[in-house]
Unconditional design. Structure first.
Length: 186
């Protein structure tokens, strides 16, 4: 078992972040998603740009894996997903309704008492858009116009955290998310 699966290309910055925290991780190419030989994970992370075909080939794999993603979270995994970096995205591969609208901006964020707000390293994050949360999602952080930029949803025994914050997650968030998770198959 690895603690974290990062769906996308291997990057030194994520590798360094995970290594500094002492967590086990695996970079998963979208091409191998769905393999019965993958181990269990506590958290799956999907970085910014996953739906933009100029940067990533991840979206078709996520759409193909919709039921696996749903099962992973339902059984106790934590799914953390960043902005897709396309004008508009429906997250049709998630088990709950969520929509994203791209709008690059710098924000000043008011603190939140929700534990998963520790995802942010700063109170003035860069955002690549905002989220329109459907039923089941709770808004954790809003931008200056009152739109959601960090949402969470309990789903089964697990958790979905989605954000349009265009920055790496804080080390504190990764520790917190792993403490909430149960190992599950993707």
């Amino acid at each position: 078992m690895s603690d974290i699966a990062l769906i996308g290309e291997r990057t030194f910055l994520y590798e360094k972040l995970f290594a500094d925290l002492g967590v086990s991780f695996q970079f998963l190419s979208p091409a191998i998603l769905g393999s019965p030989f993958l181990p269990t994970y506590k958290m799956v992370m999907i970085p910014t740009g996953f739906a933009n075909s100029d940067y990533s080939k991840t979206l078709p794999a996520l759409q193909r894996m919709k039921s696996n993603i749903s099962d992973f979270v339902h059984k106790g995994g934590v799914l953390t997903v960043f902005g897709p970096m396309v004008p508009d995205h429906s997250y049709d591969w998630l088990p709950l309704s969520l929509r994203y609208v791209c709008e690059l901006s710098s924000q000043t964020i008011s603190p939140s008492v929700d534990e998963c707000s520790c995802l942010l390293c700063t109170s003035t994050p860069e955002c690549d858009g905002y989220l329109v949360a459907g039923e089941g999602f709770k808004t954790v952080l809003r931008d200056e116009k009152g739109r959601s930029i960090l949402v969470r949803a309990n789903f089964g025994k697990g958790l979905i955290v989605a954000t349009s914050v265009h920055e790496f997650p804080a080390a504190e968030y990764i520790k917190w998310a792993l403490s909430q998770a149960r190992p599950a198959k993707l």
